[in-house]
Design a protein around this ligand. Structure first.
Ligand code: F3S
Length: 390
């Protein structure tokens, strides 16, 4: 891969050990994927934040990099951590876990990375424009950035996004190149999608079919950004889909001539919904995978104000939107109904299985895919009215 003068200086160690280590990672990736050059990025979104997922080895790696003077060159921000930074005691997070989590956040912060701790940065104003190159690493955020915003990012891992943040560039291959942004499977949606759970179930089914191909949807008449976020997250969880198109909705639409065509019917939707649901009553309902938008928080607040849910429930979001929800009175309404607006973390990356929960409710296809394996949970999947009052 061709390096600029500055990149070569980084690679040769003239700009410090941290920059050298980071440039080596990018050069190795460039060699693997056949990139001819790098491309500057305008932001980096960095996964690998929860102590639950990166453990002591991850913490040591970050502290080592920080001790070598690592500093970011572009605006960079974090994925959710393993706990709410303010209310971790109320969440009953073990003390030792909290100590390690704080050390991880401190290491990132010392490199100049913003502690946004959200997988939906686009809901807090971080919205790269169409055609803008970024290095994002959370699978649902990647899908949203590419598909809904029209930005360009590959599926970065935590370390490669961090390396891009430190060097300000990423190898130019894959989804950074316009010609590669072509759908290879067309999904004709022949049913009405009304709720978040419908979009989650569609995403869950299509992710399995598409695997790592990019799907293009026809027949979706209406979709809010919250619904698009759930669709992309669910496909990224059951498949590895970093880009999708929806006719008339997403900013790009490009289909290969020999694309496979698949119909998605009412019966497919119903089968997908049933396949995700254990049918059990949840002891905890978690809303916000990916992190809830203000619109979703409002919807929950209005629903639970009318009738108190029959189980504990969380709404997971960013600290910034929690503040906004508090200001608008949604936080109070949720708490009055026995709920908890959880910031900075989520049901999957916090140590849920250590908190005594067995059946967790969700309307997200991604959470439904991850909760059984990563959190040893049985899943109650459905619309809010169903899971909150089952
Ligand atoms: Fe976000 Fe956690 Fe879901 S990181 S996408 S809320 S699994």
């Amino acid at each position: 891969m061709l390096l600029t003068k500055q990149e070569q200086s980084m690679y040769d160690g003239e700009l410090g050990e941290a920059a050298q280590q980071s440039m080596e990672i990018l050069a190795a990736l460039g060699a693997i994927y056949g990139a001819e050059k790098t491309i500057p990025v305008t932001s980096a979104q960095i996964a690998g934040v929860s102590y639950k997922t990166i453990g002591d080895a991850g913490l040591e790696y970050l502290q080592d990099l920080a001790s070598k003077g690592a500093k970011t060159l572009v605006p960079s921000f974090l994925n959710p951590a393993g706990m709410d930074r303010e209310q971790w005691r109320e969440m009953k997070i073990p003390e030792d876990f909290a100590k390690k989590q704080i050390a991880i956040l401190d290491a990132y912060s010392s490199m100049g990375i913003m502690k946004t701790c959200t997988c939906a940065p686009y809901f807090i104003g971080i919205r790269p424009k169409k055609g803008e190159h970024v290095a994002w690493s959370e699978s649902s955020a990647i899908a949203f950035a590419n598909s809904v915003l029209g930005a360009r990012t590959n599926r970065e891992g935590g370390p490669s996004a961090l390396a891009a943040a430190i060097c300000g560039v990423t190898p130019y291959y894959g989804l950074h190149i316009d010609e590669n942004r072509v759908a290879e499977v067309v999904i004709d949606v022949r049913c009405e999608l009304k709720t978040m759970a419908d979009f989650g179930a569609l995403g869950s089914a299509v992710g399995k079919l598409a695997k790592n191909r990019y799907p293009a949807f026809r027949g979706i008449k209406r979709a809010s950004e919250s619904m698009l976020k759930v669709l992309g997250a669910s496909m990224a969880a059951t498949g590895s889909v970093p880009l999708f198109f929806i006719e008339g909705i997403t900013p790009e639409w490009s289909i290969a001539e020999d694309a496979q065509r698949i119909e998605f019917t009412e019966a497919d939707l119903s089968a997908s919904r049933k396949g995700l649901d254990s049918g059990l009553k949840p002891d905890l309902v978690t809303i916000g995978c990916p992190h809830a938008s203000l619109e979703e928080i409002k919807e929950v607040a209005e629903l639970v104000s009318k009738r108190k849910p029959t189980c504990e429930f969380w709404v997971c979001t960013s600290a910034k939107l929690r503040k906004e929800a508090d200001r608008l009175g949604y936080g109070k309404a949720i708490e009055a109904a026995g709920g908890f607006v959880v910031a900075d973390t989520c049901m999957v990356v916090c140590p849920l299985e250590e908190m005594g929960h067995v059946v967790t409710g969700t309307n997200s296809g991604k959470a439904a895919a991850y909760l059984p394996n990563l959190c040893k949970q049985k899943v109650a999947f459905g619309d809010l009215e169903d899971i909150l009052y089952r």
